[in-house]
Structures are given as C-alpha cells and as structure tokens.
Write a protein that binds this ligand. Structure first.
Ligand SMILES: Cc1cc2nc3c(=O)[nH]c(=O)nc-3n(C[C@H](O)[C@H](O)[C@H](O)COP(=O)(O)OP(=O)(O)OC[C@H]3O[C@@H](n4cnc5c(N)ncnc54)[C@H](O)[C@@H]3O)c2cc1C
Length: 477
C-alpha cells in the first residue's frame, strides 16, 4: 500500500513563531516578494507561503524543528540560479534563503583549509583566496552570484572541472541541519581521514533533500601561475568533437576544453563583441600550471592534436586580456541564447568522450527531427569531460512549441544520452526536470535513495517532490 504524505498550511500562529526566530524584517509573505522566490533558471514555478532569512545555524535549526513539528515543507535556497527546478517550492510552505549566512569564517593558509558559511558567494570567496595565491577551483558560469551552499547542493562543476574536479573534490566536511533540527558535522577537520562513513559525499549533490548545509570546510588549491589558451573554429560539430577525443586520448588534461555549436557561437560572438571571425564551431583549449615550459609543452602538444581535425580558424591568446575576451563568448552562452526567443531551457548531459561526436551530431538534429516552426537549439558545454548543455529556445506560450520542448527532452535523454551509456546530468542535478528520466539511467538503485531519505526525513519536509528525495505521492491539504 502507498502512503500519501500530506502537508499543512502555514498559519498566522506559525508566522509569529518564525518572526520570533528570525525577526520580522527577515521574513516575508508579501506576494510580490514571494513571487521572486517562485522560480529558478527553468520554466517551472510555484509560490511559497513564506520566505525566511536566517542568520546562523541555530536559527536554521529552530526553523527546521518548527517545520518538522507542523509538517510544513521547507525548501533551502541560495541564489536561485539552479537550472533543474530544485529550488522551486513545489508544495508551497517555507523557502529558506541562506544568503544572510555569508561570512568567510577562517582562511588557514598553512593548513590549506577555509571555513565558510553556506551563503558566501563563489567569486567573493575566490577574491579573498587570491590574495594568498589560493583558490576554490569549481568555476560555474554563475560564479559571480551563486552560493557555496548551492554549489554543494548541486555538486556544481564548471569550466575547470576537467583538470580540477567539481565541488565534491574540494569539500572536506560540512555542518548540516538535519530534518529533525539536529546539527551535525559530517567529517574530520583534517586533509586526510578514514574515520567515518562518507556522509559529506552523501550530502553533496543531494539538492537540499537530506539536510540544510550551514558551514563548509574547503580544501584550498594553489592558483596556477601560467596559462596558455587557443581558440579554434571548426566547420562541423563532428570535427570539433573529434579534436576533443584526440586531445584526451593523447593523455593531455587541459584546464578547459569548452565547446559551442554554430548557433551558440554566432549568438555569443555578437553578444560579447567578437567581430570578423568566420562562421564555425567554437572550441577553446587552455592549459595551466606552475612552470611555463611545462605548460607550453603540454599546450603545444594539445594544439597539434586539435589541428589534425583541420580547424578553419585558430588564434592563440597573446595575454590574459585577450584570453578573457575569447572566454567571454563561452561564458555568455546562456544569456546570449536567451536573447533569441522568449523561452530558453538549458539541459545537461554527459557521455564518454569517445561518444561525443555521435552524441553531438544526434543532438544537433533534434530541431529538424521535430520540425516545429520557432523551436531551435544551441549546444555548448565542458566537452573535455563529455559534458554538454543542449539549450532549447522557443516560445512556451505557443502550444506546439511547448509540446516540442517536452518531446525534445524525451529524445535527448531517452533516445540519445541513455542509449549511449551517458548520464542525464553532469552538474545541474535532477530537480524537477530530470526526475522522470532517472529510473532509465540508474534503475532500482534509486530505491536506496528513498530509504535513506525516509530514514533522515520521515515527514518528508525537506525539499519534497525533487528526484533525489523520491517521487512519493505528496499532497498539500
Ligand atoms: C548563467 C548560469 C551559468 C551556470 N553555469 C553553471 C556551470 O558552469 N556549472 C554548474 O555546475 N552549474 C552552473 N549553473 C547552475 C547553478 O548556478 C549552480 O548549480 C549553482 O551552484 C547554484 O547555486 P545557488 O546558490 O544559486 O543555488 P540554488 O539554485 O539556490 O540551489 C541549488 C540547489 O541547492 C540546494 N541548496 C541551496 N543552498 C543549500 C544549502 N545551504 N543547504 C542545502 N541545500 C541547499 C537547493 O535546495 C537546490 O536544490 C549555472 C547557472 C546559470 C544561471
């Protein structure tokens, strides 16, 4: 028999209790403010009943205890830049905005560890670390606004993940408020430890369904001193994808291998003011390190392998300003495509690099396969590790185009990515959008997640309705 979980509504009495915890100035029920918390970077939306902005762990714990006691859903939210619907308060209730918890608590250079609150902004942390010659390498396109808590929530990656890894590779431990309100620390405060079951890794990428992260212990990485960057333009998606495979097979691990297809290159070059280039598929190659000769030797080898795919154009960055200009096009992929049509939906998938040429060609054919006027695609991504972001642009108000979008998702995930042995998300998470497809990728393994969820959160109050917490029947009374 299936248990139907139901939720209660936020009452005036509850609002008073919440005000008592955070102060009335850090709570809102104003419709125009609630609206701002009803969406993320997807076309999904749902209005919460109340938004609270705690300032520390004990306030978070008090709020969660209250929500658990009253069976009110609670959705943790950083800056809301997520791209899978994971911050949408699908069942109303409380949205917890963590951005007031924004203190860098410690930078311990000798031990190469920093401790930050969950609401610290990624670029803000890196600006502080750069003063000491260190960094927190994950570099999502949203780094100027996204929070470290949100990066932990999605296990964010970005441009440099190929060489430096993703968020989970740089987090040592977490302070987490469990759905009961209990505050735990998930691991040891040292660079190496084998003393515990890895709750840290369980929490990272869990999209706020298992606990609310309040503090993060970060392992620091020295900032590389030298970079070499080259732009290539190819005349076909297959040539660009094959160049990536050749560089990887040669045993080279560049810092970046960033790709954009033809429509995306055109839109971003215009957006970023890069003029006079031939039409082509963009591939940006970058190597970095601490010794100039070593960087140049690896870079030269990578360029040679890329050249065998006969790019129609190539250009080496002469200095950092030039490099930033070439990279600015790639960094503006999403905003540039967003200017083409009223609706832009970015997707996220990963295939083995050897499958890249086939996957990229099949993805490119999706719009012509659907044949719907006004429905288009731009594809780009961190292709060095097989991660692509097919982005559909259309007008969601037009029935045929909206229907085409959902068909395109089925084609992308069920007909292309999963049969090629890929993953339906490389870095954005499942949220609401990917939940229908996860069973196709991982089969019965997902049942184990739901057992873990029920163990930690028997009332299913934390971020309900999101894939990693389980597709339970949930209703709001
Ligand atoms: C222009 C643009 C470019 C992007 N580029 C990249 C990219 O290159 N790589 C990449 O990986 N992503 C990228 N993203 C996606 C997104 O920015 C990242 O996932 C980011 O880490 C989310 O941070 P946030 O603070 O906005 O989190 P939110 O969107 O607010 O939350 C994301 C998830 O984490 C949970 N969460 C937030 N805070 C906490 C907390 N304290 N405790 C527990 N759970 C929490 C939320 O419930 C939600 O499930 C991009 C987004 C945009 C808009």
């Amino acid at each position: 028999m299936v248990n139907v979980m139901s939720y209660n509504k936020v009452t005036d009495r509850l609002i008073k209790e919440l005000e008592h915890i955070v102060g009335s100035e850090n709570l809102t029920t104003k419709p125009e403010e609630l609206y701002c918390y009803s969406f993320d970077g997807t076309i999904q939306h749902h209005i919460p009943e109340v938004v609270v902005r705690p300032k520390d762990t004990s306030q978070v714990s008090e709020i969660v205890k209250l929500a658990n006691r009253e069976k009110i859903p609670i959705t943790p939210r950083g800056s809301g830049t997520g791209l899978s619907g994971a911050t949408i308060p699908t069942f109303g209730g409380i949205v917890m905005d963590t951005t007031r918890m924004n203190q860098i608590l410690d930078i311990d250079i000798e031990n190469m560890i920093a401790i930050v609150e969950a609401g610290v902004i990624c670029d803000g942390l890196n600006a502080e670390l750069a003063k000491y010659g260190y960094c927190f390498p994950p570099d999502p396109g949203s780094s100027s606004i996204c929070t470290i808590g949100g990066m932990v929530g999605t296990n964010a990656g970005g441009n440099k993940a190929l060489k430096y890894g993703v968020t989970k590779d740089h987090v040592l431990w977490l302070e987490v408020v469990l759905p009961s309100g209990e505050i735990i620390k998930t691991g040891s405060h040292v660079l190496k430890s084998s003393s515990a079951l890895d709750i840290t890794r369980l929490m990272i990428g869990s999209e706020g369904v298992l606990g609310i992260v309040t503090k993060v212990g970060i392992k620091l990485t020295p900032l590389p001193k030298y970079t070499s960057t080259e732009l290539f333009l190819f005349d076909a998606v297959a040539a660009a994808a094959k160049a990536v495979v050749k560089v990887r097979v040669a045993g080279i691990v560049p810092t970046m291998l960033e790709f954009m297809d033809l429509p995306t290159t055109e839109a971003t070059f215009e957006y970023a003011g890069l003029e006079g280039y031939p039409e082509g598929y963009y591939l940006l190659l970058e190597c970095d390190g601490f010794h100039q000769e070593a960087v140049e030797s690896e870079f030269t080898k990578a360029v040679e392998f890329s050249m065998t795919e006969k790019p129609i154009y190539y250009e080496k960055a002469e200095d950092l300003k030039h490099r930033d200009k070439l990279l600015s096009a790639r960094k503006s992929a999403l905003p540039a495509l967003s200017r083409l049509r009223p609706t832009t939906c970015i997707e996220d998938c990963t295939v083995l690099v050897t499958k890249l040429p086939e996957a990229a060609m099949k993805i490119e054919e999706i719009p012509s396969q659907l044949g719907v006027e006004g429905f288009g695609l731009g594809n780009f991504g961190h292709v060095g590790d097989g991660n692509m972001h097919p982005t559909f642009f259309f007008d969601e108000r037009v029935d045929s185009q909206r229907e085409a979008f959902y068909k395109a998702l089925d084609i992308l995930y069920k007909d292309i990515v999963i049969p090629l042995g890929g993953s339906i998300t490389g870095e954005h998470g499942l949220g609401i959008v990917k939940t229908p497809y996860i069973g196709h990728e991982l089969g019965s393994t997902v049942k184990i997640w739901y057992d873990i969820k029920k163990l930690l959160d028997p009332n299913l109050i934390l971020n309900p309705g999101k894939g990693k917490g389980g597709p339970y029947p949930l209703v709001c009374e």
